[in-house]
Design a protein around this ligand. Structure first.
Ligand SMILES: Nc1ncnc2c1ncn2[C@@H]1O[C@H](COP(=O)(O)OP(=O)(O)O)[C@@H](O)[C@H]1O
Ligand SMILES: [Mg+2]
Length: 504
């Protein structure tokens, strides 16, 4: 076949790559992806303001690269999107390091060292490449003159990689060396901090986080949890694991607490960068790294849902593995992900349920909002969150339990076994869906007591006033602050009327 070579000219190609559309925070997040993929436990971000000579560096203690690795890492498209990736790899197109960096700077230096190896350095200098007599992909092997010390922090880690951005023209555009420019630069740093705390929150959270990101030598960036999982007032649906062609997709719904149940500060913080209404909807994660922060993904029946105030407490988490990238149409900047057709019905159904519940909480000030909360309520069930999952336990101090235990002292072990079986098999998922589909929380807010409740009230009253030894008045008060009797005070009073003499 006849052909002629048509390689893209280096200069024009790089200038085009600069326009891929990164912001400083998404560009830095892309570099942190690489650090995570290289098994780093720590990342140190450094922002140095010096007017037009300001610079930014990112150091990690990951496994580092040797000369061959580094040359390939610096090559645009050095890895094919069709390559099979490690499960923990956050990379995608073999472009991130270059495109993210070029979007912000004209001088990209990467220095790296493997454990026991020597340091290797490579640099792209866009001005050098742009020279008419050059105009080819010349990868330089030395740092910029005078920049050596900026790489010296790499000596402090056993292995790792440092990415140095100099001549950050896109960052310093419009800035000079004055006070106002410095403030503008620091505002960018804050933006980066917020973004990192959001998109990597699953890595940054917990007592022993998978990743620590240090900012300018001091503060560690804390994770921002969109779901307020640490708040007991957050309503969490059971984690669903949905098999799909690209691997297991994890899905979970959250109804966040009403404003009344949060402190002023917690409420503001949970509103996130863009505020409560904008931050409703789906949070899409790939290998636990957040790609999309809110919005309804074009889902919704019969009309596509938009972000509206009444649904602002509704948030959902979807996590897919990197083997499902193609299904989700992940883009180069990793800021877009679209749910595959096969998953849309399930996502829509759960989102619909979460939205319905969220609107109720928003309108009713809490799911039990129709009645004032009872002080010192003895609950029948207790709920704890363990690692984002809910566990439900029967309250052993509930009078129905203590009544049985005192009546059958020899069956304590059998009773405990029974309770444990019940607790381990609560059909949480089914209940959650049924509740939401049927609209009302059954029992808790119905006006009429369920059948037989009055007889149970009488039996427990006898237990409280008899073996437990409470006075009739105290026993009655106890019962009225015991789940579920607090919901039906009138029925309880009716059932107990005329019993007092019988007991005393
Ligand atoms: N911080 C780092 N530590 C170790 N290796 C890195 C690091 N950054 C980049 N690399 C290597 O360079 C390659 C190219 O990175 P990049 O251009 O971001 O594309 P991708 O992440 O999609 O592979 C990575 O696949 C990895 O092998
Ligand atoms: Mg990458």
């Amino acid at each position: 076949v006849g052909y002629g070579l048509a390689s893209p000219p280096a200069h024009a190609m790089i200038e085009s790559l600069r326009g891929v559309g990164y912001s400083i925070e998404t560009a830095i997040a892309d570099l942190i992806d690489n650090s995570i993929a290289a098994a780093a436990r720590n990342v140190w971000l450094k922002f140095e303001f010096d007017g037009p000579d300001s610079w930014i560096s990112i150091l990690d203690d990951g496994r580092g690269m040797d000369e061959r690795d580094l040359r390939s890492a610096m090559t645009v498209g050095g890895r094919s999107p069709l390559d099979v990736r490690d499960p923990g790899d956050l990379g995608r197109f073999g472009m991130g390091l270059k495109t993210a960096s070029f979007s912000q700077c004209r001088n990209l230096t990467v220095a790296s060292r493997k454990s026991g190896g020597t340091r290797v350095t490579r640099r792209w200098d866009l001005d050098y490449i742009a020279r008419p007599e050059i105009n080819e992909w010349r990868l330089l092997t030395e740092p910029r003159a005078g920049s050596e010390t900026r790489l010296s922090d790499l000596d402090d880690v056993a292995a790792g990689t440092m990415v140095l951005w100099e001549q950050i023209d896109r960052v310093t555009a419009g800035l000079s060396s004055d006070r106002r420019s410095r403030d503008a630069f620091l505002a960018l740093v804050t933006r980066v901090e917020r973004h990192v705390s959001m998109v990597f929150h699953r890595f940054l959270e917990g007592p022993s986080p998978r990743l620590k990101v240090h900012l300018n030598g001091s503060a560690r960036i804390r994770g921002w949890d969109p779901f307020l999982t640490s708040s007991p007032a957050t309503d969490i649906s059971p984690l669903e694991r949905i098999p799909s062609s690209g691997g297991i997709v994890e899905l979970q719904g959250f109804v966040l607490p009403h404003r009344d149940q949060l402190s002023e500060e917690a409420y503001r913080d949970a509103g996130g960068r863009d505020g409560w209404t904008s931050q409703q909807g789906f949070y899409v994660y790939r290998n636990d790294r957040m790609l999309v922060a809110g919005g309804w993904l074009g889902l919704g029946e019969p009309r596509v849902w938009t972000r509206e105030e009444p649904f602002k407490l509704a948030r959902l988490a979807v996590n897919f593995p990197n083997t499902a990238d193609a299904d989700w149409e992940v883009d180069i900047r990793k800021s877009v992900a679209r749910p595959p057709r096969t998953l849309r019905p399930r996502l829509t159904a759960l989102a619909d349920a979460v939205r319905t519940e969220a609107r109720k909480v928003f309108a009713h000030r809490g799911s039990y909002g129709r009645r004032a909360p009872v002080a010192d309520l003895t609950p029948a069930w207790t709920q704890t969150h363990v690692g984002g999952r809910s566990c439900y336990r029967v309250n052993r101090a509930h009078p129905a339990v203590t009544a049985l235990a005192s009546g059958l002292p020899n069956e304590a072990a059998a009773m405990e076994n029974l309770l444990r079986v019940i607790e381990e098999t609560v059909p949480v998922q089914r209940i959650w869906l049924d509740t939401v589909e049927q609209g009302e929380v059954q029992g808790a807010v119905a006006d009429e007591p369920p059948p037989g409740l009055e007889a149970i009230a009488v039996a427990l009253y006898r237990h409280l006033a008899g073996p437990t030894g409470l006075t009739p008045a105290l026993a009655r008060a106890r019962l009225l602050s015991t789940d579920p009797f607090q919901n039906y005070p009138a029925a309880v009073e009716r059932a107990l009327a005329g019993l007092d003499e019988e007991i005393t």
